[in-house]
Design a protein around this ligand. Structure first.
Ligand code: UFG
Length: 332
């Protein structure tokens, strides 16, 4: 069934892969983005409306002009470290922005939302593999802002009949270079792009933040999931809401953790040369290990990730980084 879908943040990394997936499935896509970190050139599928979620009147105009069956909400500030030094920015963009969107949706009787949540809502892991019931005690404003949003969706389900699916991504990775999209942050902080830029000689010396964590090799463990698999889950979530009212949440990861050193050695195999690095102090707000249980998403959404190995995920990112588009931002 074809739907009209508003993708807020559709010019960004995960959002642009979402629009590609939706277009492939025959849906009608509209992108809303303030282009603060997204790229006009990454919007290949559907109309781009340049607007900010903090601009409620602009949002109202968008919903007056077009009818949407569902909204996917990827707009957010999303850097853990930055959230600690700029908490007001994070609460304003991520919580107030979400509230503006929800209020506009309610006024226009749009009652289906898929939301970008994060493993950061859980804080320090208590269990090795984290399912949806894991205690939620975020240790940074970014995680807190996303957990607050999830709480708002539960209240909105009660009060206004909002249907929502919050998808808690673990570490989004990979690219679809054959479609002209991939990770392109002006200020890159993420591990895989930093490793690949360093291999290309465009990123400076790679730093490993901390080697004294309580993990098998002392470096942090993360669960890397391909952005195309995340996109698949969002589509399934929209269908899921047809039959399942109320507020829902799912963890999305591959269920296997890789240490920073393992990511570097896998990347070295992909690029065919060794990648030097130096050990640096721990980064504030980094938990030692984040690995998802996605049993619930598999069982209830029917999610079937296609990118289950780390090497092809890194390889897709490598093809993107080694041959970037002209608009690719140079490092700040
Ligand atoms: N790391 C390095 N060197 C780098 C970059 C990262 O050692 O140059 C390390 C980090 O310290 C961390 C791991 O690699 O241990 C992964 O770091 P990323 O920045 O790639 O990803 P994070 O796990 O910090 O963050 C991601 C998302 C966040 C989300 C978080 C938890 O970007 O939005 O996962 O779900 F909140």
């Amino acid at each position: 069934r074809n739907r009209s879908i508003l993708v807020c943040g559709g010019a960004g990394y995960i959002g642009s892969h979402m629009t590609q997936w939706l277009a492939t499935q025959g849906h009608t896509v509209t992108v809303l983005d303030n282009l603060s970190s997204g790229h006009r050139q990454a919007v290949h599928w559907g109309e781009l409306i340049e607007a900010d979620l903090l601009d409620a009147p602009a949002l109202e105009q968008v919903f007056r002009r077009k009818r949407f069956d569902a909204v996917m909400h990827f707009c957010a500030r999303s850097l853990v470290g930055e959230s600690i030094t700029k908490p007001y920015d994070y609460y304003a963009n991520n919580v107030t922005g979400t509230l503006n969107l929800l209020e506009t949706m309610r006024r226009h009787d749009v009652n289906k939302l898929v939301f970008s949540s994060t493993a950061a809502i859980f804080g320090n892991p208590i269990h090795d593999v984290m399912d949806e019931e894991h205690p939620k005690v975020p240790i940074n404003p970014y995680g807190a802002s996303k957990l607050m949003s999830e709480r708002i969706f539960a209240d909105a389900a009660q009060a206004y009949g909002l249907h929502s699916v919050a998808l808690r991504y673990f570490n989004a990775a990979g690219a679809l270079p054959e479609h002209g999209i991939g990770e392109a942050h002006a200020c890159e902080t993420h591990l895989i792009p930093n490793v690949l830029r360093s291999a290309l000689g465009t990123g400076g010396m790679l730093k490993v933040f901390g080697h004294d964590y309580a993990t098998h090799d002392g470096t942090c463990i993360r669960d890397y999931v391909h952005v195309q698999d995340l996109a698949q889950a969002h589509s399934l979530a929209v269908d899921f809401m047809d039959e399942n009212p109320g507020a829902h949440a799912f963890n999305l990861g591959n269920g296997q953790g890789f240490s920073v050193r393992e990511v570097i050695s896998t990347a070295a195999a992909v690029v065919g040369r060794s990648i030097p690095y130096e050990v640096a102090p721990r980064r504030a707000g980094d938990p030692a290990s984040l690995v998802a249980s996605s049993c619930k998403a598999r069982a209830q959404l029917g999610w079937r990730p296609q990118w289950t190995e780390l090497e092809p995920i890194i390889e897709s990112a490598w093809r993107w980084h080694r041959n970037p588009p002209q608009w690719f931002p140079s490092q700040a």
